[in-house]
Ligand binder design. Structure first.
Ligand SMILES: C[S@@+](CC[C@H](N)C(=O)[O-])C[C@H]1O[C@@H](n2cnc3c(N)ncnc32)[C@H](O)[C@@H]1O
Length: 410
């Protein structure tokens, strides 16, 4: 099944064709094995190649090396995608290479160098697209945000081991004011990179968030008998950006934002206090999404946005199971995160074969996103079905992200 994601606001569609052209690009589904992800369960080997500036239809055999560096930044507003499942790349899991990389990253001087480079790239890329990263950071760090900590922090929390490691080029991962002060700029930058040809940051945000919200709403309408949405949980809410989008979309629902970082939650609460008061104020909960301690069957929608690629496989499974426990019968679960197609396209730029990702790139990737490989190798649809969800659907809601939805049976 191939999906199309119109970048014009709130329009999604699914199509059955595997090859098509738009005014700007051609997306070709290949049948060669070079550089492509092989579908499990014996189906055809597929991969997606995006070419810039083509105006005619095309469907031919080709090699993944045809993806040029310049083409990735030109993914258009209307694009066809086809997603394949990945076989286990050689650089993942407990291999000699991944153990070596783990040892290299734990060598402090090397990690510091990698971190410095990664941060410089992040900040300068954002500022080149008019995201005032350093100004936004200063505004938070010089504010009264620190006063929110006491009312947010759950002192009895036990952090999972994966959460205590260096992450996103922060030595203490998400457990710092610096990470919290930069989180919103980082989110904006991700939106900009997702829709590089959007006319503004606002347009990019509306496309990415609008399509995600619409996927949730449509799933709930279709499979939940139009049941009223009274309670929504946003797991991994970070500084509350996704939570506020959910609150705006479902204004009559009570919204809870939950996160493991009290620093992020403090920023979320601080920013919400500065905004126009809502009829239903957002509640913020400092807890582990794997075992929230919240009552079973207490939500109509549970959303997990851009969290799972930051978690090891065991945590992904626990987060999905906990969402199932928290939802009422007929409730809707949504996960939005990186699509496999993107990983294939990007990886193909650096390596002739995705499964042979260069050790240097792998080391860089591992130093800032330690669980990306585990995320890409997790069968999310299968994990949702095993947890008990039915009506499990995946839709590419923008050129880089998929939204997966499922229902708790009645
Ligand atoms: C990229 S951010 C999420 C962004 C946000 N949902 C949005 O859409 O703007 C990932 C968040 O997941 C949180 N997180 C990671 N593991 C978690 C867990 N087990 N329980 C709760 N939150 C978790 C992190 O603290 C971080 O704030």
């Amino acid at each position: 099944m191939a999906f199309c994601a119109h970048a014009k606001l709130n329009s999604l569609c699914a199509v059955s064709s595997s090859s098509s052209a738009t005014a700007r690009v051609t997306v070709t589904v290949l049948t060669s094995s070079t550089g492509c992800a092989r579908m499990r369960n014996g189906r055809q080997t597929n991969c997606v190649i995006v070419r810039a500036a083509s105006s005619s239809s095309s469907s031919s055999s080709s090699s993944s090396t045809e993806v040029s560096r310049s083409s990735v930044g030109t993914i258009p507003k209307t694009t066809l995608y086809q997603e394949g499942e990945l076989e286990r790349p050689r650089w993942t899991g407990e291999t000699p290479l991944s153990r070596l990389v783990g040892a290299l990253i734990s060598f402090k001087p090397l990690y510091s160098l990698l971190k410095l480079g990664a941060r410089q790239v992040l900040i300068s890329t954002a500022e080149k697209t008019n995201i005032p990263w350093r100004d936004m950071r200063r505004e938070i760090l010089e504010s009264e945000v620190y006063n929110e900590m006491d009312s947010i922090q759950n002192n009895s929390i036990v952090y999972p081991d994966y959460y205590l490691n260096p992450f996103h080029a922060y030595d203490v991962g998400n457990l710092s004011w610096l990470a919290a002060a930069e989180a919103e700029a980082a989110t904006m930058s991700m939106m900009r990179r997702t829709i590089p040809d959007a006319s503004s940051l606002d347009e990019a945000k509306q496309i990415v968030r609008g399509n995600w919200l619409q996927a949730i709403e449509q799933h709930h309408q279709k499979y939940s008998g139009n049941a009223m949405v009274k309670d929504i949980l946003d797991v991994g809410c970070s500084v509350g950006v996704s939570t506020r989008y959910l609150a705006d979309k479902f204004p009559s629902a009570k919204i809870t934002g939950l996160d493991l970082s009290p620093y992020f939650l403090a920023v979320a609460q601080f920013k919400e206090k500065q905004s126009t008061p809502r009829k239903n104020p957002i509640s913020w909960v400092h807890a582990n999404g794997e075992h929230t301690g919240l009552p079973a069957k207490s939500f109509d929608i549970v959303s997990i946005a851009y969290v799972l690629h930051e978690c090891p496989a065991r945590a992904i499974v626990n987060l999905v199971k906990e969402a199932f426990r928290l939802l009422r019968p007929g409730g809707t679960f949504s996960v939005t995160d990186n699509s496999v197609v993107t990983s294939m396209t990007i990886m193909a730029l650096y390596s002739r074969n995705f499964v042979e990702l260069s050790p240097v790139l792998f080391t860089l990737m591992k130093s800032t996103e330690p669980f990306l490989d585990e995320y890409y190798l997790t069968d999310l649809e299968g994990t949702m079905k095993e947890a008990g969800f039915v009506n499990v659907r995946t839709i590419l809601t923008d050129p880089r992200h998929r939204t997966m939805t499922g229902t708790v049976p009645y």
